[in-house]
Structure formats: C-alpha cells, structure tokens
Design a protein around this ligand. Structure first.
Ligand SMILES: *Cc1c(COP(=O)(O)O)cnc(C)c1O
Length: 477
C-alpha cells in the first residue's frame, strides 16, 4: 500500500467509524454467535499473496462485526464499561500513526514529559497528595502486581530480587473477601502463594472490617509470618463497596506494612468533590490505582498508578544494560523503570486529548449524569415493587434481583438468572451478574459515555415485559 492509497482508505475508515458510533444502537449489544462460528469463516492460513484493502474491509464488516459485542453501546450495562469518546479516539489515531515506543525519555521526550504532566493533573483532580508521582500502566492488574512486588522488595531490603524468596519468612498479603481476582493473581506471580493471601471478612455493606484486619495481622505476626501488604478496595467489582481507607491506613501504619488502594473503577468518581471524603486517610497509603479506561472516556488501555515515593518502585524494576544507557537518567523519567514492561505505548496522548477536550467540568458533568441516571433506574425498580436491591446503590451501579409475588426465596435465583439471560439474548441490552450473600444479583452499570434517561427507561420496560413473559410461560405449563 502506498501513501495515496492509505489516505484514500483512511478517509473511508473515518467515515465508517463516525457512522458506526452514530448508529451504534442499531446493533445488538451482545453478540450471540456460537463458539467457533467466526473462526469457521476465517481462512486457516495466512494468504500467500497480498490482498486489496477493500476485500479485507469487506470481510471485517461481514465476518468480524457479527461477532463483536458493542462496548460503546449505551445499553451496555455489563461488567464495568470500557468507555471511550471522540477525543480519545482521535488521540489513538495519532498514536497509531506515529507508532512510538516510549520505553524511556530518549525514545520520545514529549511522551515521557506529557505522561508526567497528565498523571500530575489527575493526581490533583482526584485529591491524592501533591507529593505523589504517577505513571501510566496498561491495566490495574499490572499496577497491583507492581505494588506487591515493590512492597516485597522494600520489606526485604531488595533481597528477593537477587536471591529469590527461598530464605525469607513467609510473607502475607491482606484484602477483603470481595477484592478483585487481580490481587490473587498478583500474589501468585510475586511468588508468595495464594495460601498467604488472607481474605478479611466484610460487613453488611460488603466493606472490609478493619478490626478483623488488625486481628489477622497481629495473629500472623505471632505465628512468625511477615505481614507485607494490604490491598484496600475503593469500589469492589461486585457491588462497588468501599473499604474504610482511613482506618485501614492507621492499621497499616501501626504494623508498618504497604497499603495499596485499588480504585480501578470508582477512582474516576474522585474528581467529584462530593466523593472526595472516601479518600480520607489516603496519605497513609503507599500506592493507588485507577483506570481512566473504565469510566473516564479514555480508550482501553490506560491505567494510572500513583506512588507515595518512586524510589522503591524504580529500585525494584530498573535494570539498565549498556545498550539502554543514555546519560540523561538523572534529570528525566524513564518509565521503563516504573513497571514491568520495557516497551510502552504512548498512552498519555489520548488521555491528554480527553482531559483537554472535556475539561474538568465537562468530565464532572458526565459522571454526575451517569450517577443520576442510575438513581432514576433505582427508583423505577423500587416503584415497580417486584424488584429489590441486594446491596446499597453505589456510584452509578445498581445491584438488584427479581422477587415477584407468588414465588418464594428458593425461586428468586433461578427467576433472576432467567430474566437476565433473556434480556442479553434479545440484543437490546447487556447486563452481567454477581452473587450477594447467596442471592443471584443483576448488576446494572450506567456508565456508557452517551447513556441517557431514555436508555434506562427502555431497560426498565424490557425488564417488565420479559418478566411478564416468564410468568406467563410458567403459568402456562
Ligand atoms: C476492573 C477491576 C480490576 C482489573 O482491572 P484491569 O485494568 O482490567 O486489570 C481490578 N480491581 C477492580 C476493583 C476492578 O474493578
């Protein structure tokens, strides 16, 4: 392909992208293809001779698109969103065009310096202490692993990096029973073993009970374990429960152990002053992660990792072979030393576009809209009378189940599952579930960039109609 052809195709693609996003509600939200269906339509070997872009693009539309679940669809309410926006998409286009590899300052000074600036902007916007430093990671899973590894090295005076874990006491990590599976994965990869991950019970709001954390650490110390790190959730994945950061922070200070705060989803809400109280005590923590790629209109992937002091972080990860020495190490940030990967994408650009194009007020307005839409949905459910919340409404997430009259507790799990499955198959909305205290629970997240009240009213209507259909079928036979 030459430059002329590239420009011609790129214009066509931009038209397609614009139309796609404009008309996204014409697509079924969740793809309903069967396993192997798409693979069966794809050739089993690479073409020997190059093909025309028009043919490739045709196959993209005809083969790939039917197997796509539309994450930017306003009726996508499942999991957590990976929402996006026009400014972010434009940033990604430029990033792809330049194809930078931002492993260190020298390999693109602007990338390193922009990363430093935008992470500081968001540090200040979320109310993190102004002395903290930030870096962009691919995902929160990576950031949490990085936190555990840094804690491990700091506690063992950087011995494990050299000698391995063999001569060390068993180290223990603490999180709530509702913490994300990335903590389990991090503990595995860090060589600590999931037997040494202690899951602290939660209260009726599914937040960690700090007195039980204190007890667990004390007992572990008495038994000869080495308490290493606590991961507190600021917004769990199941129900967006918030662990008490301030109390947990005091306990971690008392025992001198690392505190990492996982705010992967709810961290975005901290740009709203009315949620800032959740950060009380954050200065007692050592690290903090949140994902602009979930609820801050920035294309996946973009995860911000902040640390109280970057010395231990860099000491844990920096390895400088001769071919990477530049002579400018002293005065600049070489972000390859701030995490696992050597090669890094230019993620700061799209984030900068988003922050500038929306502005702080624009972002706040969007988030408040989403929270208010979730509130409207909650009221519709409660007014209906046949639904109940299984956990307190939190941010823009509503956890509920279907409890129709004439049926009993034993039926509710099955009925709620049936209701959700049918809605997902309809293609009109996409919901996902969790289990709260044994109750099968539908999670509704109102987090798509352009969601409006109309979409949530449609969802409620769909719930009502599908529920009626299920009752009719059950009565009929
Ligand atoms: C989504 C989520 C994660 C994982 O995020 P990735 O960026 O996909 O690794 C971790 N913790 C919590 C609380 C989450 O909600």
């Amino acid at each position: 392909m030459d430059s002329e052809e590239f420009k011609k195709q790129a214009h066509l693609f931009v038209e397609w992208m614009g139309d796609y996003l404009e008309n996204i509600t014409d697509y079924p939200v969740k793809s309903t293809v069967s396993p192997g269906e798409i693979k069966g339509k794809l050739s089993d070997s690479c073409p020997v001779k190059g093909e025309d872009m028009s043919d490739i693009f045709k196959d993209f539309r005809e083969i790939i698109m039917p197997g796509v679940t539309h994450w930017q669809h306003p009726s996508f309410h499942a999991y957590f969103p990976a929402n996006s926006s026009y400014p972010s998409l434009l940033g990604e286009m430029l990033t792809a065009a330049m194809g930078l590899q931002c492993m260190m300052w020298d390999t693109s000074p602007a990338a390193a310096e922009l990363e430093e600036r935008v992470t500081c902007w968001l540090r200040d916007m979320t109310g993190l202490p102004s002395s903290w430093k930030g870096v962009i990671q691919d995902t929160a899973s990576t950031a949490t692993l990085v936190a555990i590894l840094t804690a491990r090295e700091r506690l063992t005076d950087f011995r494990c990096n050299e000698k391995g874990l063999f001569d060390e006491k068993k180290m223990r990590v603490y999180c709530s029973a509702e913490a994300h599976s990335s903590v389990d994965k991090g503990v595995r990869i860090a060589g600590l073993g999931t037997d040494n991950l202690v899951k602290i019970p939660v209260d009726e709001n599914l937040a960690m009970k700090p007195e039980l954390l204190d007890k667990a650490i004390r007992e572990d110390t008495e038994k000869g374990f080495l308490p290493l790190c606590t991961v507190a959730a600021l917004g769990t994945t199941g129900t967006v429960a918030v662990d008490p950061v301030d109390e947990i922070g005091s306990i971690c200070e008392k025992y001198n152990i690392w505190l990492h705060i996982d705010a992967a989803y709810a961290g975005s809400a901290l740009i709203l002053p009315e949620y800032r109280h959740m950060m009380k005590g954050v200065e007692k923590a050592d690290s903090f992660v949140f994902n602009p790629h979930k609820w801050l209109f920035t294309n996946f992937d973009c995860s911000l990792y902040f640390v109280k002091e970057c010395g231990s972080l860099k000491k844990t990860f920096s390895i400088t072979p001769e071919y990477l020495k530049t002579g400018s190490e002293e005065n600049v940030n070489n972000y390859r030393d701030w995490g696992i990967q050597l090669g890094r994408r230019f993620r700061a650009l799209k984030l900068w576009f988003v922050l500038r194009s929306f502005g702080e007020e624009g972002l706040q307005k969007k988030l408040r809209e989403h929270i208010s839409i979730a509130g409207i949905f909650k009221n519709l459910l409660l007014k209906n009378g046949e639904f109940e919340l299984t956990s307190p409404a939190s941010f823009n997430v509503i956890c509920f189940r279907w409890t129709p009259a004439g049926y009993s507790e034993e039926d509710y799990n099955e009925l709620t599952r049936d209701l959700m499955t049918r809605i997902n198959l309809s293609g009109k909305a996409f919901l996902s579930h969790t289990v709260v205290k044994g109750k099968y629970t539908i999670r509704m997240v109102a987090g798509q960039t352009n969601i409006s009240v109309e979409h949530i009213e449609m969802l409620h209507q769909l719930l009502v109609e599908t529920a009626e259909e299920i009752i009719r079928e059950r009565k009929g036979g």
